[in-house]
Write a protein that binds this ligand. Structure first.
Ligand code: PLP
Length: 451
């Protein structure tokens, strides 16, 4: 691990970013990569192996970002590389049915009880957009409900009080004005009309949910939720929240959609639905499902999915949907997880992290300098708070400048994380106790605690 600091120069990264800024808005192809919220300039990477990321400057980092989730078995797992290479030699795309898409779909069905029919698309954004279209088609209703700080991709009608990159972008007055269910878009370029049927509520607020359903339940086509919110740091559902959501949607004939693009195949085999014991009508998946290549999916009950074209009248299509290369990568990733007991390994690493946090950050935790939460292979530090945030408003109250300081200390110590205090850390099956130790020691040092 000492060689992770062989060079702290970023000359080549800086040169490439300077050229990138001339051609890509902000120098990047997705805003969360820009370092806008932590300061400094993005690192440009050249390759990854297992838990290691190497930059174009030759610096090595232990990676806790995993490309924002997909790389649960690490970079370039030999089985995944082999599966993709084998498929690449046969065909990159057919634009017609292939056996690969069927094999992955059947594997997903095996892991996710209750998923009767599904369709592959190419990004999480497409999955949530299409799931909501199917829900609206099935119910004949227009209104949808989402929760503040949950991110469901960048479709126009979902860019309201959204998490992830939007959390950093949107001004804090938006985050603090949590009362009116109907809100303005949080992105420019989204007409007010596009979000007129999008109602927003605070996460974990059962009373607000009950009030909304009492008033407008019969008009609500669907509720979409990250069952475990992981785009505003990590916010777990309070006991009763998902259960109430299930009961209310069922009672009012609304479709319940779990956006498991991030939690799917990570929080448990059957995702958050299994982990929290609540089954939705529809799921959306992404990230891990493509094993690092562009793939996502939506699906659920036949009752809703039979409305999707050509079986039904809700149109949805994609030139590269079910791309065989992505299917091969996804199938190989799930295969590796199955064969290697990934969930047990990840939980064991997570427990080591918990105990290191308790041992090294005990004083900082009780003094309210930091709070820490972990679920399965997700972890998150919130700075400047002793209580774990339960909704977006509380997350926005955390000390983001302090996060930025810790972030740069992590980088200096050879640890790479998603560059924003609104993002979570991801464990992969490649991480070991020593990696967790380094992660926690850096936090302890920055918080000025003796180790
Ligand atoms: C990442 C993410 C999306 C968007 O997926 P993309 O592939 O980036 O479009 C949607 N929902 C959740 C919960 C996500 O974490």
């Amino acid at each position: 691990m000492t060689d992770s600091k062989t060079s702290s120069t970023q000359t080549r990264s800086s040169e490439l970013m300077e050229r990138s800024r001339r051609i890509f808005p902000g120098g990047v192809n997705s805003p969360v990569r820009s370092f806008a919220s932590v300061g400094g300039s993005p690192i440009v990477f050249s390759h990854g192996e297992g838990k290691w990321l190497t930059s174009v400057d030759g610096n090595r980092y232990v990676d806790f970002c995993g490309s924002w989730g997909p790389l649960i078995v690490g970079y370039s797992h030999p089985d995944v590389v082999e599966a993709v290479t084998r498929q690449a030699k046969r065909a990159l795309t057919f634009g017609a049915p292939s056996e690969e898409e069927l094999l992955l779909a059947e594997k997903i069905q095996e892991w996710v009880p209750g998923l009767e029919m599904m369709r592959f698309v190419s990004s999480g954004t497409e999955a949530t957009m299409s799931a909501l279209r199917a829900a609206r088609a099935a119910t004949g209703r227009d209104k949808i409900v989402k929760f503040e700080g949950c991110y469901h991709g960048h479709a126009d009608f979902l860019l309201v009080k959204a998490g992830s990159g939007l959390a950093t972008l949107s001004d804090s007055s938006d985050a603090k004005n949590a009362t009116a269910p109907r809100s303005a878009p949080s992105s420019a370029g989204v007409p007010a009309g596009a979000v007129a049927d999008t109602l927003t509520l605070p996460f974990n607020d059962v009373a607000a949910l009950e009030a909304l359903f009492a008033a407008q339940g019969k008009e609500i086509a669907a509720v979409i939720v990250e069952p475990m919110a992981a785009n505003m740091g990590l916010v777990l559902p309070r006991s009763g929240f998902l259960e109430t959501l299930r009961a209310l949607t069922r009672a009012h004939g609304s479709v319940l959609i779990f956006d498991e693009v991030m939690t799917g195949f990570r929080v448990a085999r059957g995702g958050a639905a299994e982990a929290f014991g609540v089954t939705p009508d529809l799921w959306t998946f992404g990230k891990i499902v493509g094993g690092g290549l562009p793939a996502a999916a939506y699906g659920g009950t036949k009752d809703v999915m039979r409305h999707v074209a050509p079986l039904g009248k809700a149109y949805q299509a994609g030139t590269l949907s079910g791309n065989p290369l992505a299917m091969a990568a996804g199938l190989a990733t799930l295969g590796v997880m199955e064969r290697t007991g990934a969930f047990e390994k990840l939980e064991a690493t997570g427990r080591e992290l918990d105990s290191l946090v308790r041992a090294r950050l005990g004083k900082a935790l009780s003094a309210g300098h930091v709070s820490y939460v972990r679920k399965a292979s997700f972890f998150c530090f919130f700075f400047g708070t002793s209580a774990l945030p339960a909704n977006f408003q509380q997350v926005s109250g955390c000390d983001m400048p302090l996060f930025g300081k810790v972030y740069h200390a992590w980088l200096n110590d050879g640890l790479y994380m998603g560059p924003s205090g609104y993002e979570v850390g991801f464990l992969s099956t490649c991480h070991e106790r020593a990696d967790c130790e380094q992660l926690v020691n850096t936090v302890a040092r920055v918080l000025g605690q003796s180790l």
